[in-house]
Design a protein around this ligand. Structure first.
Ligand code: NAP
Length: 216
């Protein structure tokens, strides 16, 4: 059934009889104001509809490091989404995931300068979206934590190297230039910016295997 979290259209019907809601919607625009409006309005509409329907567990997908990345409007919007969830009376679990493998071309696209891509060598720990879906399914049938857990992929890699591997595998001739000051969606990164804390859940799919599988 189609729903529009931004307008609230279809929410009441979709939530009828639901015990758990898993919110994986994303703002169509990453522009500061549009993203904030999306996550505030959607969060408000969704949580109000859940309260009316008697939903027992709100599961939301967020991003590892959101609270460290608030110089970016997108992450301020994600923080606003998380704060609305924490302020509501509905029991919740927030799953903060690292960047999806599937996001690799968007990362490259965001850093294009002519025929090259300028990227930070910051460490991160990306994850396959299949692992994210599996973790969300597990969380959805567990008791609400009223807290936040993290999910990351099985290995750490540097952002510039990640895109280099992707370009090599896809025979993309563009050069990846390493620059410690290169911005990631407006942010300068260090090795702690995007990496998870001490005890993240860990996905099972390795980037190399994902690459082979997605290109075959
Ligand atoms: N991508 C990453 O690397 C990453 C990493 C960690 C966490 N996350 C989080 O994961 C979530 C999903 O990200 P994504 O990259 O999977 O996003 P995505 O590929 O852009 O998908 C966004 C989804 O949101 C839906 N949507 C957009 N506007 C909507 C509206 N008004 N009402 C209802 N649904 C709407 C879209 O539905 P339609 O297809 O019908 O338009 C689409 O299914 C976001 O909260 C993001 O912050 C993403």
């Amino acid at each position: 059934m189609g729903v529009n979290t931004l307008t609230g259209e279809g929410l009441a019907q979709a939530l009828m009889g639901a015990q758990v809601v898993v919110d994986v919607a994303n703002s169509p625009s990453f522009e500061d104001k549009a993203a904030l409006e999306f996550f505030e309005r959607s969060g408000h509409n969704l949580l109000a509809a859940e309260a009316a329907a008697g939903v027992q567990h709100h599961v939301a997908l967020s991003v590892v490091g959101t609270d460290r990345l608030l110089a970016s409007g997108y992450f301020r919007a994600k923080m606003a989404q998380e704060n609305l969830i924490k302020a509501s009376k509905i029991p919740y679990t927030i799953l903060r995931a690292t960047q999806f493998f599937e996001f690799v071309s968007a990362i490259a696209q965001s850093a294009i300068e002519g025929q090259m891509v300028r990227l930070s060598p910051a460490l991160f720990q990306p994850v396959a979206s299949d692992d994210v879906a599996a973790a969300l399914a597990d969380v959805a049938v567990e008791n609400p934590l009223n807290g936040t857990i993290e999910l990351a992929g099985p290995e750490q890699i540097r952002l510039d190297e990640f895109v280099r591997l992707f370009f090599r595998a896809t025979r993309d001739a563009r050069k990846v230039v390493t620059d410690v000051h290169a911005r990631y969606f407006g942010l300068e990164l260090n090795d702690q910016s995007l990496t998870p804390g001490d005890n993240p859940r860990i996905g099972s799919i390795h980037f190399e295997d994902w690459l082979k599988r997605s290109l075959s």
